[in-house]
Design a protein around this ligand. Structure first.
Ligand code: SF4
Length: 263
């Protein structure tokens, strides 16, 4: 992948001081577009539209680097003192722009994270590997049919790419890590069977930093109503602390390290 800063990308928004998308205080860039349409998505406006501000890599880097002095203000339990997370939408939906942007950041010594569903080509993963310190991805459901119901697609690509990513990290000199996010959607993802299947998949991987268990909330509902006139998860309750803790307990049984959003 070329490092040229000639690429432009569609940027939905930038959060200067994010504390829930990776270790430490981070600047979070939300890129437009996504191949999935998850019913629980709270950024559905970002996922379904490819528009927003069109920026060059240099312009975007200039914007995020202006926050650099804040990144060291908090040290999460992982020991990483902030940096940049590229989220979305799905950041790999604009692969060349993403790669050039991350390469730019690594070149100036920034800790980088991507929040990705891994629904992309393997070549994109190859291209990104040298420039990503932390891969944040989610296993949305281990059952292919239920995954399709929740996201519009089978889990085949995500699970294959997760294994592919893990194997290729192992071959790298500079090791990046993978953080798995597990979203507790009451009655839809939090059966004991699904949590155990997820934990077993996690245990099969070699470069896991931790699992982060998150609770579903319906705070993105208004965006669905605005865009589509209805909310797909109407009637599904928000996850409670207890729901989240129940899932965490099962992951702990497998000896899996857990982190919270701030870590
Ligand atoms: S993969 Fe993420 S951004 Fe895309 S639809 Fe699902 S939750 Fe939203």
């Amino acid at each position: 992948m070329k490092l040229a800063a000639k690429y432009t990308g569609f940027v939905h928004s930038i959060e200067s001081l994010g504390t829930i998308d990776g270790p430490g205080v981070r600047t979070v860039v939300f890129l437009q577009g996504c191949p999935l349409k998850c019913k629980f998505c709270h950024n559905i406006d970002c996922a379904v539209q490819v528009k927003g501000d069109q920026l060059t890599v240099e312009k975007l880097a200039e914007k995020v680097l202006s926050n650099r002095s804040y990144w060291k203000s908090y040290n999460g339990s992982s020991g990483v003192k902030g940096g940049v997370t590229v989220s979305g939408g799905e950041p790999t939906y604009q692969p060349e722009f993403l790669c050039a942007f991350l390469a730019y950041l690594k070149n100036v010594g920034v800790h980088t994270a991507v929040d990705t569903c891994l629904v992309t080509k393997k070549e994109v993963i190859d291209d990104l590997l040298p420039y990503v310190d932390l891969w944040m991805t989610s296993i949305k459901h281990m059952d292919a049919e239920k995954h399709k119901f929740l996201t519009g697609s089978s889990n085949k690509t995500t699970l294959e790419n997760l294994t592919y990513l893990d194997n290729n990290i192992s071959k790298q000199e500079k090791k990046s890590q993978i953080r798995i996010r597990f979203l507790v959607v009451p009655g839809l993802t939090n059966s004991e069977k699904n949590i155990r299947a997820t934990a077993e998949k996690v245990k099969s991987l070699k470069n896991i930093e931790a699992v982060e268990v998150l609770g579903y909330g319906s705070h993105g509902r208004y965006k669905w109503i605005e865009l589509f006139g209805k909310y797909e998860l109407e009637g599904v309750p928000d996850a409670t602390e207890k729901d989240v803790e129940n899932a965490r307990k099962i992951f702990r049984e497998y000896g899996i390290r857990l982190v919270s959003s701030e870590d």
